[in-house]
Write a protein that binds this ligand. Structure first.
Ligand SMILES: NC(=O)c1ccc[n+]([C@@H]2O[C@H](COP(=O)([O-])OP(=O)(O)OC[C@H]3O[C@@H](n4cnc5c(N)ncnc54)[C@H](O)[C@@H]3O)[C@@H](O)[C@H]2O)c1
Length: 348
């Protein structure tokens, strides 16, 4: 079991952070916080943008290549004077003058990240290098959205940040899992070597409105199946567990982490643990009690259990999730109904 106390909880930097670029003080400088969100057209990114835009002192720039994201998710901000949308692939360098970078760009669903694994690893490695280069040039603070997948199929339960993980380096999911692990390494090397201000969030399964409908993630799958009157397909054995965090809670955690003084890595997720069969039963009960539940074959390297230890997030960020699964699922159902054009049958 690989656990270790040196898990990168640096309060202080080993070097002074780089000075912000002098351009920041040019005559065009506005006294706002200018924030770059890579992957801001995606599920979590677009909810983060909504929250950041609520603060009238923020200017927000989104850089996204629309691989899994969509302009639709940001349509209410397009044309807003404090908002800018750039079609950009993070595997290419980006030159913008910003104070903070939320680096989310990376497909999160297995269907999409396995579609072009070489591109996925490039996005994680070259994309993160490019964003770290940008942060270094302009003296910006950078937050990486890492993942619970860095723990692989964990041998420690629940997973604290000090656990080093149990990851297959050559499997079909490795482009994502190992890609994120290298991204974390790069973040800490820039921190130690160049004094960059870094923040790392290890996100556990998150759900909510604007998830891609057919993206193979279990909550979106079940809700779409329930609304289409299809059987809920539970991957065998059905006893594997996951924890589900509602997106507004997650965004709150990301903003606290960026604003706080701890580098992380910090787990952000909901410790409520459900087996896949329990999740299917809950969706059935809340959305469509007539559904059948069907067991199907599992995908390789699917972790058997996942549950975050959020002691650090509680202590260091004063954060814990508030939205219960039973309250979050109906909000997501509403969004999926609108997008699928399925009306709710009113009970008489
Ligand atoms: N949703 C979850 O449960 C979860 C869990 C753990 C970690 N995360 C992490 O959070 C981040 C956001 O996840 P999400 O669920 O919103 O996924 P998503 O797929 O909805 O969003 C990812 C966004 O990144 C963009 N993107 C992908 N590759 C890019 C590239 N090369 N250049 C520019 N843009 C690119 C996509 O178009 C999309 O808008 C990801 O880094 C993901 O790894 C998510």
């Amino acid at each position: 079991m690989a656990t270790n106390s040196s898990n990168g909880n640096h309060q202080t930097t080993t070097k002074q952070p780089p000075m912000p670029s002098p351009l920041r003080f040019s005559k065009f400088f506005q006294p706002n916080m200018r924030i770059l969100v890579t992957g801001g057209a995606g599920f979590i990114g677009s909810h983060l943008v909504d929250r950041l835009m609520e603060n009238e002192k923020n200017e927000v720039i989104v850089a996204d290549n629309y691989f899994t994201g969509s302009k639709d998710n940001l349509k209410k901000w397009i044309g807003h004077p404090r908002f800018e949308l750039i079609r950009h692939d993070v595997t290419e360098p980006l030159f913008v003058e910003v104070d903070q970078i939320y680096h989310l760009a990376c497909p999160a669903s297995p269907i999409f990240y396995k579609y072009n694994p070489v591109k996925t690893i490039k996005t994680n490695v070259i994309g993160t290098l490019n964003m770290l280069g940008l942060a270094k040039r302009v003296g910006a603070r950078i937050l990486l959205t890492s993942t619970s997948e860095v723990y692989g199929d964990p041998l420690v339960h629940p997973q604290p940040e000090s656990y080093w993980g149990n990851v297959n380096p050559i499997g079909v999911r490795s482009c994502y899992d190992e890609g994120k692990r290298v991204a974390e390494t790069l973040m800490f090397d820039y921190h130690r070597q160049h004094g960059l201000e870094i923040r790392i969030a290890r996100i556990f399964n998150t759900y909510g409105p604007r998830m891609n409908i057919d993206d193979g993630r279990v909550v979106s799958n079940f809700i779409a199946q329930a609304l289409r009157d299809e059987p809920l397909t539970v991957q065998s054995p059905g006893t594997q567990t996951r924890s589900f965090c509602y997106v507004s809670d997650l965004v709150d955690g990301l903003i606290r982490l960026m604003g706080g003084s701890n580098t992380g890595p910090i787990n952000l997720g909901n410790p409520g643990e459900f087996t896949m069969t329990e999740l299917a039963e809950t969706v059935k009960e809340l959305i469509n009690p007539n559904l059948h539940i069907k067991t199907v074959e599992n995908t390789p390297d699917d972790p058997q259990q996942r549950k975050p230890d959020i002691t650090k997030a509680k202590e260091l960020l004063g954060w814990e999730p508030k939205v219960k699964l039973r309250n979050g699922l109906p909000l997501m159902e509403e969004d999926f109904r609108l997008r699928l054009g399925v009306e709710k049958i009113k009970s008489s």
